[in-house]
Design a protein around this ligand. Structure first.
Ligand SMILES: O=C(O)C(=O)C[C@]1(C(=O)O)C=C[C@@H](O)C=C1
Length: 331
């Protein structure tokens, strides 16, 4: 994993994957139009011809996906300021299997917006999504120190509500596009505490076709340990280290079964069709109580994996051919 960021903020970027998704695919997302999630879906090329279905939460979208009511769902999974999106990580770690088929990076810019004519002095309460609130806390603390926070289902639902009439909040924290869409006045722009904030979204589908290997891929897994013992996490990570596999995200999440019981949600560089990734997954399958495979998919930044010496596909094939020779008496 990388320590400090050393690359500039990405522009909105997408990757389309060759999957079973077609122009008639029904895409679910956290609505209404104007959310950052809707922008992620806009950036997902093939969605242009599909049907767009809005939901009030990530859980509702994933439940609809599992039931077959929609074919794919765009959900936030990671934010450069707030870290992993727990609602998404937890919903993917349990229940009927779902897989990630692609990812989109969306730069996140917030405005403070209100019904026309509202002044900043009149703002006593602010409505927005909890993740957005966490990203503007510093600005609010300095500029509206007495403002009360009112949680809403999304940033755009706060903006939409203000257009409809008086609410328990006078202003919304939302994307500039949502303020425009709902005819709101922008009272302040660029109010995010980190100007370079980016949210990573993933397109999730029911298991089917695995997106093609591109050489610039990620694989997401959730690992459940058999038991709690000293060095348990190290044993899991060794499976990656021994095969030269870099991780891009590692988080522990409670399994919710008992106090102190955690699983590990991991993104790694590479595709399940890469020999080194396949071998690592087999190693994990041996030592974990469950390895939940959440998909291999093209990276949004198209950054190719660095293949460490002696971990290329040919190195694994040569070693396997050698073992076959030994086993068949023809070394
Ligand atoms: O409310 C929205 O606009 C969303 O798309 C949700 C969401 C999130 O869940 O993190 C997406 C991106 C931003 O980081 C803030 C909120």
């Amino acid at each position: 994993m990388r320590g400090r960021p050393d690359s500039p903020r990405p522009s909105l970027s997408r990757v389309t994957a060759s999957t079973s998704l077609t122009p008639t695919t029904r895409y679910g997302f956290l609505g209404p139009e104007g959310t950052f999630t809707s922008m992620a879906l806009d950036a997902w090329g093939p969605s242009a011809q599909g049907e767009r279905v809005t939901f009030g939460s990530v859980d509702a979208a994933l439940t609809a996906l599992r039931s077959g009511a929609i074919d794919a769902a765009m959900v936030p999974i990671e934010n450069s300021v707030e870290g992993g999106v727990s609602a998404t990580l937890d919903a993917l770690a349990s229940g009927d299997p779902l897989v990630v088929v692609g990812e989109v990076l969306v730069p996140v810019t917030f405005v403070l917006a209100a019904a026309p004519g509202t002044t900043r002095d009149a703002v006593r309460a602010v409505g927005t999504h909890s993740h957005a609130w966490a990203q503007v806390r510093g600005w609010i603390g300095e500029n509206l120190p007495d403002a009360v926070y009112v949680p809403t289902l999304s940033t755009a639902s706060a903006a939409e509500a203000l257009e409809q009439g008086p609410q328990p909040f006078e202003a919304a924290v939302c994307a500039p596009a949502a303020a425009r869409l709902h005819g709101l006045d922008v009272l302040a722009e660029g109010i995010g505490d980190m100007q370079a904030a980016v949210t990573r979204f993933v397109l999730v589908a029911r298991p089917g076709v695995v997106p093609e290997r591109t050489g610039a891929d990620k694989t997401t897994v959730v690992l459940f340990q058999r038991d709690d013992h000293a060095g348990g996490l190290l044993a899991l990570l060794e499976q990656f280290a021994a095969r030269g596999i870099n991780m891009t995200r590692l988080e522990s999440r409670p399994t919710k079964e008992s106090m102190g019981s955690y699983c590990f949600s991991i993104d790694l560089e590479g595709h399940v069709l890469d020999e080194r990734v396949g071998e690592a997954l087999m190693g994990l399958k041996r030592i974990c109580s469950e390895v939940r495979f959440l998909g291999s998919y093209p990276r949004a930044d198209r950054q190719r994996a660095t293949i460490a010496p002696l971990t290329a596909d040919e190195d694994f094939s040569a070693a396997r051919a050698w073992l076959t020779g030994l086993r068949t008496g023809r070394p």
